[in-house]
Write a protein that binds this ligand. Structure first.
Ligand code: FAD
Ligand code: DLZ
Ligand code: SF4
Length: 518
């Protein structure tokens, strides 16, 4: 065979240095990019997530063409479009008479299964190359994990610091400590005024995509009205520089704070750009380090930020590939309650949850502590079924790809993996939300009231969660204190908590079918 090599580039592989192109030359390669129905609807993604990916794909095709690559770009409404990666790759193999296919490994198990099938189904040789946009290659993660009873992010993170040299002085961490989390626990302060995010104008490509999405996916969750995600590398770099200059210095201090109506605070809001390949995570960390070295941002902010990326993000990815496919079905706490309707509609008197669903609907974004300690904490305490919860998270956030969404949901939030990822469930009562947010002051519920009418539902749910999971969780060293408190309570008090929680749970309306999957 003498034809060119076909290089399919997926919607989250939009990096010019993607490994599938690294050893290719433009004269001998056809790049294939495919907008396909299967990817746009395998879950009913937030409209803004689809718009982001399609617009970024179209811009990336232009970026590649501008430096000489031949790009065969299949649009969603192309009448010949078969609707799947598999169908489009097969059609392109035939159309271009290629001699082989080379592709970077995908981010999701589901797509990896399909690709493995190409080996037997395609009439040409297939080469799947590792995705090198991560600091820790998967074989190294497996090696690190092998034989460890407990996989703890903190130990992994230290290895990544050593490997990258980020915030290191020789083999010692700068500032004498690996982790400055203790300094990063600021609650909301009155009058806190976060800077606004840069606004990116819609060019003709984005306008066309927004119209396509509005017409074709109008019934999907979420709004397109405030669509402002960077869709080109230049815009993503501008968003990055804006964060480094205006928000990084206070990132650490307010990392865990929540303020009603302030949707981004001092967060980076860069996860979609990182995940689809518009920003290189290691480069971003090096730039953050420079902000500290040149005196523009404090160490606790920069360390906290770098830890999220070379620590949590890398660790989460390793866990995904280590634990799949079982992680998708894990339900270690045997939680069976269906997802309540308010996750989709935002209609609840719980102000914290209503605000988190509102920003999610409007921006396809909620920041980490909203995802973990409000939306996630409720799901944990109420015993929501992990697969329903995972579908919701995969649908609603612009940055959601299963490799990063699922370990966060099943592991970090729901403890469905029986503690493989987190040393204890992040369960919290209303007092935590009250401390870290300004939500409770104007809530219909009273955060100080523990049970009965008008009491904050998180309070009784917290004890209900511990009580119903006692046989599974009582042995956790880090839960010894709450279990001791529970046992010290009078029988009457315990019954009051349980009844109050049951009464609240009975009011939850399950979501209608069809929000997440067709
Ligand atoms: P910042 O708070 O500014 O953090 C900086 C960067 O660190 C992020 O851009 C991200 O790349 C990385 N990061 C931080 N925490 C994590 C983490 N736990 N896992 C992986 N990367 C992390 N992140 C996703 O990218 N996609 C998801 O689908 C996703 N689902 C999540 C689901 C749950 C239940 C939880 C608790 C967290 C989830 N996260 C997910 C992690 C985190 O909440 C988002 O990365 C973060 O909110 C993105 O916003 P940001 O860019 O402003 O992040
Ligand atoms: C999420 C997504 C969507 C909505 N649409 C497309 C698409 O039309 N074409 C494409 O190549 N990728 C899309 N993606 C991203 C893929 O789902 C993602 O690349 C795979 O899940 C592998 O991680
Ligand atoms: Fe949320 Fe309870 Fe506070 Fe209301 S009182 S905002 S439900 S934590």
């Amino acid at each position: 065979m003498t034809g060119p090599v076909l290089v399919p580039i997926l919607g989250d592989q939009l990096s010019p240095d993607i490994s599938s192109l690294a050893d290719r030359t433009p004269d001998d390669t056809v790049v294939l990019m495919m907008e396909v129905a299967e990817e746009t609807t395998y879950v009913r993604h937030h409209k803004a997530k689809i718009a982001l990916i399609l617009s970024a794909m179209r811009h990336f095709a232009e970026e590649l063409r501008a430096v000489g690559w031949t790009v065969d770009y299949i649009k969603l409404d192309d009448p010949e479009n078969s609707g799947s990666f598999t169908g489009e790759v097969a059609r392109a193999v035939e159309r271009h008479k290629v001699r082989g296919v080379q592709v970077a490994e995908p981010g999701e198990w589901r797509v990896r299964q399909a690709m493995d099938q190409w080996r037997t189904d395609l009439p040409v040789r297939l080469r799947i190359v590792p995705d090198t946009r991560f600091v820790c290659p998967l074989p190294n993660f497996y090696e690190w994990a092998a034989g460890r009873k407990e996989l703890r992010m903190e130990w992994f993170y230290r290895e990544m610091r050593r490997k990258t040299g980020l915030l290191m002085e020789g083999d010692k961490p700068v500032g004498g400590r690996w982790n400055f989390d203790a300094e990063n626990r600021g609650g909301p302060e009155a009058g806190l005024q976060p800077p606004s995010l840069p606004a990116f104008e819609h060019d003709a490509v984005t306008c066309e995509v927004l119209e396509l999405v509005a017409n074709r996916f109008g019934k999907h969750f979420g709004s397109l009205e405030k669509f402002g995600w960077p869709v080109t590398r230049a815009d993503a770099e501008a968003a990055r520089d804006d964060f480094l200059k205006h928000r990084l210095p206070l990132f650490g201090k307010y990392q865990d704070a929540m303020v009603a109506g302030e949707d981004f605070l001092f967060h980076a809001v860069l996860s979609p750009a990182i995940n689809i390949g518009l920003l290189d995570p290691l480069d971003l960390c090096r730039r953050a380090e420079t902000e500290w070295r040149e005196g523009r941002a404090p160490l606790e902010a920069v360390e906290g930020f770098i830890r999220q990326i070379i620590g949590w993000r890398e660790y989460i990815r390793g866990i995904y590939w280590l634990e799949m496919p079982g992680l998708a079905d894990a339900n270690g706490l045997d939680a069976q309650r269906p997802l309540p309707d308010f996750y989709w509609t935002g209609k609840t008197d719980m102000r914290c949850l209503a605000d988190c669903v509102r920003t999610t609907q409007k921006n396809a974004y909620a920041h980490h502590i909203q995802r973990l300690m409000v939306l996630g904490n409720f799901a944990l305490l109420a015993g929501l079924k992990p697969q329903d919860v995972a579908d919701w998270y995969l649908v609603v956030f612009a940055d959601a790809f299963e490799w990063v969404e699922l370990p966060n949901v099943a592991g970090m939030v729901l403890h469905a993996d029986k503690g493989r990822l987190a040393s204890k469930p992040y369960a919290a009562s209303g007092a935590y939300i009250d401390r870290m947010s300004d939500y409770c002051g104007q809530c219909a519920y009273n955060v100080k009231k523990k049970t009965g009418d008008g009491a904050c539902p998180f309070n009784a749910l917290y004890w209900h969660f511990l009580a119903r999971n006692e046989t599974k969780l009582a042995g956790y060293h880090r839960l010894a204190q709450p279990y001791a408190t529970w046992r010290r309570m009078s029988e009457g008090k315990r019954a009051e908590y349980l009844e109050s929680a049951e009464a609240f749970l009975a009011t939850l309306e399950p979501a209608e079918a069809g929000w997440a999957r067709n």
